[in-house]
Structure formats: C-alpha cells, structure tokens
Design a protein around this ligand. Sequence first.
Ligand SMILES: Cc1cc2nc3c(=O)[nH]c(=O)nc-3n(C[C@H](O)[C@H](O)[C@H](O)COP(=O)(O)OP(=O)(O)OC[C@H]3O[C@@H](n4cnc5c(N)ncnc54)[C@H](O)[C@@H]3O)c2cc1C
Length: 279
Amino acid sequence: MNINNILKEKQTTSFEFFPPKESAQEAVLFDTIESLAKLNPDFVSITYGAGGSSGEKTFNWTKLIQDQYKFTTMMHLTCYGNDPDDIDRICTQMQAAGIDNVLALRGDPPKEGSVKSHFKYANEMVQYIHDTHGDMSIGVAGYPEKHTQAVDLKTDMDNLKRKVDAGADFIITQLFFDNELLYRFRDSAAKLQIDIPIVAGIMPIVGYSQVVRFTQMCGATIPDKLLSRLEKASPEDAIKIGVEHAIYQCQDLIAQKTAGIHYYTLNRSSSVIDVLRQL
Ligand SMILES: Cc1cc2nc3c(=O)[nH]c(=O)nc-3n(C[C@H](O)[C@H](O)[C@H](O)COP(=O)(O)OP(=O)(O)OC[C@H]3O[C@@H](n4cnc5c(N)ncnc54)[C@H](O)[C@@H]3O)c2cc1C
C-alpha cells in the first residue's frame, strides 16, 4: 500500500530498522519485529547502507518483513552507490515484490574508497523515480535543525522544496528532542508552500553516551536540562528518562496534529513499546 494514501487517512505510527551486519543480530531483529508487530504499525522502513554495501540486504529484509508480517514497507535508497540504471532496476524489483514506497536519500560518501554517484543531490533522484516509477510513494528526509552540511536553515529549506517540487509525497524528519524545532520547521515549510505530510522522527534515548554520539553525528541538539539528567543517571534510569521524554514529545506531537511519528528503533523494542503503551 502507498504510504501517501495512509497519511491521507490517519496520523501514522511507523518503525525504522536497519539490516543486521552479523547473523547473531538477526535473531535480535526478529524478536524486535515480533514484539512491535503487536502494536500494528502503519508502515515500517529499512535503512540502506550508502555505497550500496547493504543494498541487496535492505531489499531482502524489506521483502521478508513484508511477506512474513504483512506490514506496509518502505525501503530506503541512496544516490551514493547507484546510477540511474541501478535505481530503475531496484525500483522495478521493489514493485514486483509489492514494495511501493521508497525513502529517496542522497546518503553520505563512504569514509574510505569511492562509490559511483550519478545523482548529486536527493532531489535529482526523486525526480528520476517520479518520472520512471510514478506510481511509487516517495518519501524524503527533512532536518528541523538543518542538515549538517547546509550553510543555514533557510538554504536547507529551499533544498527541501526542490525535493518536494521533484515529486516527493511526504517528509520524514531527522530525530529531535525539542518539539519547538519541529513546529518551526513546519511553519517554514508552510511558508514555502511545502504542503506534503511531515512525519516526525523520534528516537527514545537509551543512554548518555549513545545520545551524545548520535547528536554529534546528525547535528541534532539536546536540551541542557535533559542532557545533565542523563549524565548523572544510572544506565537503568537513563532508559527511563529516555522513555519519559519520548512520551512527553509524542503526546504533544499527537495533540498538535503531526502527520505521523516515525520511531528510530535501533532494532530494539523495549523503549518503543513502553512509549506506545503509555500513549
Ligand atoms: C529519516 C531519515 C532516514 C535516513 N536513512 C538513511 C539510510 O537509510 N541510509 C543512509 O545512508 N543515510 C540515511 N539518512 C541520512 C542521509 O542520507 C544524510 O543525512 C545525507 O547526508 C543527506 O541525505 P538527503 O537525502 O537529506 O540529502 P539532500 O537532500 O541531497 O541534501 C544534502 C545536502 O545538500 C544540500 N542540497 C540539497 N539539494 C541541493 C541542491 N540541489 N543544490 C545544492 N545543495 C543541495 C542540502 O541542503 C543538504 O545540506 C537518513 C536521514 C533521515 C532524516
């Protein structure tokens, strides 16, 4: 099913997984999916290793999850590692397997070596998929605190608009810990006539060092008060604080009629289950 149609009907709940690198982690992912399946997500998405390293894996996991659990699925796909022929082949393969949703991303260049990359920015790939596989639902990434490489938020929003004009159907945001950032992003989008659904990316924090690492990587900020509570907390208490904060964010996002909430699960279920149970 196309996600843009689901978004027309309701406020969505979705989960993001990544393809495990080692077989030992596969069992963990299966357990996670089993537990989260009970929460009836509207869709689930599977990340893509830029550089094409996990491309086949991403497709196989997406298909397996869809076939086994009957979820609506979305496969992430990056410009890095793929030329137009690859994109065409992958989208054809996806559609033949009944996977109708793609999150079109630029990705990041690999730290070592080089990979092919015909499309310089995600908007170019969005346009290509829209022109060649127009019946697919296309999602794109949005950054409430701007993308790390963007000079400023205004420039980044203009670039987001390029993706929307190229044919994106919905936006999924980078994680954030202060809802005001999302509402500011939503207002800036509206001023640019970006009128497609904006789904909020939420990651329940599971530890101080984890959140510091993640925020450094993706350029998200974390409120000082929350950070200092996490720093002083025991590992068990840090998980509780993370759940509490995610509930606080999600309750407000739901009340503010956010199009949907996309949970970055990190292939673990317990915090997401705790959040959703209390919601
Ligand atoms: C929900 C979500 C899921 C993700 N999943 C994955 C994944 O599965 N695999 C993965 O490798 N990465 C993933 N990422 C990370 C993403 O690939 C990186 O953030 C990447 O650096 C940017 O991708 P993008 O699609 O946003 O790029 P773009 O939209 O192309 O933007 C990249 C940068 O270029 C600028 N820019 C964009 N278009 C233009 C233009 N036409 N001219 C000049 N400048 C421009 C933007 O302002 C931005 O600074 C995900 C991110 C999010 C938010």
